[in-house]
Ligand binder design. Structure first.
Ligand code: ATR
Length: 287
């Protein structure tokens, strides 16, 4: 790490837990690569200390913050401004401190979009099937709908899918279908789909032998995005690749949310390849 001076700007991440976060490795490598006098630190903050932690950000002049579980929604009342996208989604993962005024952004969503675009996939007019209706699905559904995708949302608990579909349709004015996540519905939805996104935890370690979609439904002209990053290549992605589909993994999304946050804090383009390398290294250390 480069030398810390009296002028070093401080960024960080608040969450609970934060011990396994890949962001410190990724962001510090990016600052160093560009020769920026910034440092990025992990701060474990419990629910009861969130408000005090945000006051501390102002008091200490911390210039940028990532926010992770369990604070992405709860932090909103303590901020001064919200980016319109973060407001629509109702969740913040990045804070920018401009002279004591704190603005909230959602780079999970914009990062997801960038990860798609990087692979030459534009959502406009595409039929996208999203599996899962939890916290991670929300931002993804909003950004996809906003960018002209035609969404079908499937979830194990149908009511959650219906609720999210209503919200996204209400905010974006786009039609969003909601269905229960079962084989008949997935088969029908995938018949005409261009993109499949898994936001469920099916296939995540320690249940790496699971997959939310039977392999026989995967096909060549489908792009498959699994936001699970542990393991990096989930069973879903392995089977998608075997079927000839294009695949995007959860590390890409993680890297791109960091890339977007880096630019918000520094005003500079992030060194994407360095950040990818560091994220992969940090993941391997965790294994
Ligand atoms: P996150 O913030 O990661 O989205 P979450 O809000 O707990 O976490 O949501 C987890 C998602 O994975 C939900 O859509 C959940 O379905 P339910 O709403 O029915 O609970 C889904 N999920 C978890 N395990 C699953 C499994 N084995 N098969 C299918 N869906 C699963």
């Amino acid at each position: 790490m480069s030398r810390i001076t009296g002028r070093t700007k401080v960024c960080g991440i608040i969450g609970d837990p934060v011990e396994h976060s890949m962001s410190p490795a990724m962001q510090n490598a990016a600052f160093q690569e560009l020769g920026l006098d910034y440092v990025y630190l992990p701060f474990r903050v419990g629910r009861d200390d969130l408000e005090k932690a945000i006051e501390g950000v102002r008091a200490l002049g911390i210039v940028g913050l990532n926010v992770t579980i369990p604070h992405k929604v709860a932090v909103i009342p303590f901020l001064d401004k919200l980016d319109p996208l973060a407001e629509e989604i109702g969740a913040v993962n990045t804070i920018v401190n401009s002279g004591g005024s704190l603005a909230g952004y959602n780079t999970d969503a914009t990062g997801f979009l960038q990860a798609l675009i990087e692979r030459g996939i534009e959502p406009e007019g595409k039929k996208v099937v999203v599996l899962g209706a939890g916290g991670a699905s929300r931002g993804i559904c909003f950004i996809l709908a906003q960018n002209g995708a035609r969404l079908t949302l499937l979830n194990r608990t149908l009511e959650r899918a219906q609720e999210l579909a209503r919200r996204v349709a209400g905010e974006t004015g786009r039609e969003v279908k909601a269905l229960a996540l079962n084989e008949a519905n997935v088969t029908e939805a995938l018949r005409t789909a261009d993109i499949l996104v898994n936001t469920t935890s099916a296939g995540m370690s320690p249940r790496a032998d699971e997959t939310p979609v039977p392999a026989k439904l995967l096909k060549k002209d489908l792009a498959v995005f699994d936001i699970v990053y542990n393991p990096v290549q989930t069973r879903l992605l392995r089977e998608a690749e075997a079927a000839g589909a294009r695949t995007i993994n959860g590390v890409d999304m993680l890297v791109w949310q960091g890339v977007e946050a880096f630019s918000l804090w520094t005003g500079r383009d992030a060194p994407v390849e360095i950040m990818k390398r560091e994220a992969m290294r940090a993941l391997r250390r965790e294994d």
